[in-house]
Design a protein around this ligand. Structure first.
Ligand code: 6LW
Length: 492
């Protein structure tokens, strides 16, 4: 069958994948959002369903002071001897750690820390040995892909950390993953930065400590030379072999808003590109080392794309996320309505304002929701970070209740429009396409268009950072009570 990229849409960067109990499992980075590290499951590598998160407790990850795009960076998931391992970095406290579980549908352990620095840690299980690999600095002060052997029970280092590869010369050498395939060690990494120059490179060696011989045509995968192409920034990936024996790399990439408009606001998404091993043991990727929009995969199944997201067909414990550590007493969530209680924290603060969000997963579609607000402000925010967000809100003041459209782009914080409401309820409607969001309010029978705003100002090119737009429901001001019903996001 033919599958289309991306295989997981919306801000789910830095994918890592493993095979266990006849299924594939994938994790992605989550930064300041909580719970941390979403987990997906698949039977075919193409259709992915979220089943939980690895980091569901404060005791596993401290995000209190994480700035946007701080917190939890790229994770790696591995399965060994009946146990799952997820290893990552909390960049806000600069610590590498892993958590474990024997049952991926339940809770994961408290963190086990490893005293090797850098980001993007990975594990290789090789017989009785476990290797811990990150992009970091070794015990002699050398930078690069750094490795030590650890005691997997305690996380204690059994050897010094040693730099084993310095990449092919691209900036930001990161994302190391080591594999043992047919007795040889393959070390795959990303270079070029997670932007338009992103790429995957690799090297191989007969020994886990090297010397690693680089693939002579590195980078093995990059779209950096495809000008005017919608899929850009491909890199940071993990190899996986499916049950038919076919190999793929599951990796990140992003979709720019138009052929000649290099902006992306949906974040980095999950792509899948076929890998072919030659007889000499070196592998190639995709179409002459690039990722295309669609590929053929062996198998008799179809790619199901979920188009409609409602309170009924999603779960607050799965697709929805909070900022940092939420105060659960401020949220009353059911499949009929989400009631949010505001505090003095706003969505401009590096704090945990009352906010619950769902990633924007595609360009074209419509968001709608009924909202009634008492004593404060609540609404829907298209949230890139504290500085870049568009808010369609209902708020009460001395003069009554009004609907407002607020645009926040860096230092520009602008009230674009407002309209007085009769009563304290309205339906909020946001139409989305590649280029603009259009904001409307239905109050009784009266439909008001409050304005529109360009998607590009919420893009990573403007905002920087590593996240993507989240459709957030929020409430602010002490005493504010907001009732959201009939939430629906439908993609075309
Ligand atoms: C991640 C690094 C990267 O840790 O971006 O794509 C960082 N590459 O590997 C944040 O996602």
């Amino acid at each position: 069958m033919i599958y289309k990229n991306p295989v997981v849409r919306g801000f789910y960067p830095d994918p890592s994948v493993c095979f266990a109990n006849n299924k594939y499992y994938m994790v992605c980075s989550s930064f300041q959002f909580f719970p941390g590290v979403p987990i997906f499951e698949s039977e075919d590598l193409v259709n992915w369903k979220q089943i939980g998160h690895c980091l569901t407790r404060k005791s596993q990850v401290m995000l209190e002071n994480s700035v946007s795009s701080g917190g939890v960076f790229a994770p790696t998931i591995r399965f060994n001897n009946g146990t799952f391992y997820m290893v990552t970095t909390n960049t806000s406290v600069a610590q590498n750690f892993y958590v474990t579980t024997n049952n991926i549908y339940s809770e994961w352990s408290d963190p086990i820390f490893v005293e090797q620095d850098g980001i993007d840690p990975s594990l290789l299980f090789d017989g009785d040995h476990t290797y811990f690999i990150s992009n970091g600095t070794d015990d002699n002060g050398n930078n690069g892909i750094t490795q030590c052997e650890i005691d997997i029970k305690t996380g204690k280092k059994l050897t010094p950390s040693k730099t084993i590869w310095s990449g092919s010369g691209g900036r930001y050498l990161e994302s190391p993953h080591m594999y043992k395939i047919n007795g040889e060690y393959y070390l795959m990494a990303a270079e070029g930065g997670t932007e338009y120059g992103h790429m995957i490179t690799y090297a191989r060696s007969a020994s886990v400590w090297g010397k690693f011989e680089p693939y002579e045509k590195n980078p093995v995968l990059t779209n950096r030379n495809l000008g005017g192409y919608m899929i850009q920034g491909v890199g940071h990936g993990d190899l996986i072999q499916n049950q038919n024996g076919d190999w793929f790399v599951i990796h990140l990439g992003f979709r720019q808003i138009d052929q000649w408009l290099p902006y992306h606001h949906l974040g980095r998404e999950v792509f899948m590109t076929p890998i072919h091993f030659g007889e000499n043991g070196w592998f190639t990727a995709g179409n002459d080392g690039t990722t295309a929009q669609e590929y053929e995969i062996n198998g008799n199944f179809t790619q199901e794309l979920k188009k409609v997201y409602t309170f009924e067909n999603t779960s607050p414990d799965l697709e929805w996320c909070y900022m940092r550590h939420p105060d659960s007493s401020k949220y009353e969530l059911s499949s009929e309505k989400y009631i949010l209680h505001g505090t003095d924290k706003t969505i401009d603060d590096i704090a945990s304002p009352t906010f619950i969000g769902l990633r924007q997963m595609d360009f074209n579609g419509e968001i709608s929701c009924d909202l009634s607000v008492i004593d404060g402000e609540a609404g829907i925010t298209l949230f890139m970070d504290e500085q870049q967000h568009y808010d369609l809100a209902v708020r009460n003041s001395e003069i009554g209740t009004e609907a407002v459209l607020k645009l926040n782009i860096g230092d520009i914080k602008h009230i674009q429009n407002s309209v007085k409401l009769s009563g304290n309820s309205a339906k909020l409607i946001i139409e989305m396409n590649n280029f603009i969001y259009t904001f409307k309010i239905l109050n009784g029978d009266a439909l008001h268009e409050l304005g529109s705003a360009q998607t590009k100002y919420l893009s990573s090119e403007v905002a920087a950072g590593f996240t993507g737009v989240i459709i957030g429901l929020y409430a602010q001001q002490e005493g504010c009570k907001a009732e959201f019903t009939g939430f629906r996001t439908e993609y075309k």
